[in-house]
Write a protein that binds this ligand. Structure first.
Ligand SMILES: Nc1ncnc2c1ncn2[C@@H]1O[C@H](COP(=O)(O)OP(=O)(O)OP(=O)(O)O)[C@@H](O)[C@H]1O
Ligand SMILES: [Mg+2]
Length: 157
């Protein structure tokens, strides 16, 4: 586990950008935490790090947005508005076994569909500490993501 505090959207993006070079097809990154905590902002940085030039917009209403112009495809999902139990209709398995990296906001709504290994990042606001302050907690599940988080932590020292 790795915990870090940031004080600007740019710092949150920089963390996403730092993670991107290590990502490979079929990786699953879960972004959880409060509304407006910075999950989409983090994804914008991650996309930059993959070399995606298109502006990353929140997929809240479309559920999934696909970006093909980077080093590997990015599948950005926001499952907040998914109807109960309709996760299987999204064809998540095809994405998870596909050719790109999967980034999923609000993963608790597809808790039954998660793969065996993933990286969960929990975003927490701390309004008492300042309106731009966020705590990011990286919780890897599986050896690959443990190593990846260790590398990210080392790169931030
Ligand atoms: N340190 C920070 N990190 C990220 N965003 C920040 C930070 N400080 C302020 N912000 C602002 O907070 C907002 C975060 O919005 P964002 O869409 O990234 O959140 P979200 O977690 O994706 O929300 P939602 O759950 O609605 O999808 C942006 O307006 C951003 O500018
Ligand atoms: Mg969002």
């Amino acid at each position: 586990m790795f915990e870090t505090t940031v004080t600007s959207p740019e710092q949150t993006m920089a963390l996403g950008q730092a993670l991107a070079p290590a990502l490979q097809p079929r990786d699953v990154i879960l972004l959880d935490g409060d509304l407006g905590a910075g999950k989409t902002t983090f994804t914008k940085g991650l996309a930059l790090g993959l070399g995606i030039k298109r502006n990353v917009k929140s997929p809240t209403f479309t559920i999934i947005r696909e970006y093909q112009s980077g080093r590997i495809p990015l599948y950005h999902m926001d499952v907040y508005r998914l109807e109960d139990g309709s996760g299987d209709e999204l064809g998540l398995d095809e994405y998870f076994n596909g050719d790109g990296v999967n980034v999923i906001e609000w993963s608790k709504f597809i808790a039954d569909e998660l793969p065996a290994q993933y990286l969960r990042i929990i975003f927490k606001r701390d309004d008492a500490a300042g309106e731009n302050q966020r705590k990011l907690t990286f919780e890897p599940v599986g050896a690959r993501f443990e190593k990846l988080v260790q590398q990210l932590e080392d790169s931030q020292k």
